[in-house]
Design a protein. Structure first.
Ligand code: FES
Length: 178
């Protein structure tokens, strides 16, 4: 879940920058540490990083866009990874992905839901081709999906996120890939 910038988080960023001050070669690790605080790398930190490490803003942006582990916008609490690999594609991945987007009301180009409960990533293979089509939510993998099953699983997470719903226990059970 993304954190809003606050005095406390800003202090942590400043500590990181102090620790790596003048070390332009530490850019990757510094950005990773900042992302660990906020869940993404907030644009307001770019100038701070640039000044502390002696890097340019374009170097920072280059690193952030080259490595897909970095996020430039706040992320949802849960990450849904939908497989669009070959095995999943032939078992109906396109309709699975469409169902996810429709259920989460994600318009084209948007990957995080309005309530920041989910972020969607489309991936090349989740390593579970034998149970395709597949999606993963955080560390749980769901295989042999149908659109109805997708809706059911996502709904369970949504219900679990509502405190008033009184749902106990884990949000959903998954199917291990190993
Ligand atoms: S292609 Fe989807 S899990 Fe491998």
């Amino acid at each position: 879940m993304a954190l809003e910038p606050s005095a406390e988080t800003l202090e942590k960023v400043q500590e990181i920058l102090k620790e790596h001050e003048g070390n332009r070669g530490h850019l990757l690790i510094v950005l990773q540490k900042i992302q660990a605080i906020y869940g993404y790398v907030p644009p307001f930190t770019f100038e701070m990083v640039a000044q502390a490490l002696g890097a340019t803003r374009s170097e920072i942006y280059g690193v952030l866009t080259f490595y897909n582990r970095f996020h430039l916008a706040p992320r949802g609490k849960h990450t849904v990874r939908a497989c669009r690999g070959t095995a999943c594609h032939f078992k109906g991945a396109p309709s699975i992905i469409e169902t996810i987007k429709a259920h989460l009301k994600l318009p084209p180009g948007k990957e995080t839901t309005e309530d920041f409960l989910f972020s969607l990533e489309e991936v090349a293979c989740l390593g579970a081709c034998g149970i395709s089509p597949v999606m993963a939510i955080d560390e749980e993998t769901f295989g042999n999906l149908t659109p109805a099953r997708v809706t059911e699983v996502l709904s369970r997470y949504q219900v679990a996120a509502k405190p008033a719903a009184g749902v106990s226990g884990g949000a959903a059970e998954g199917q291990s890939t190993t």
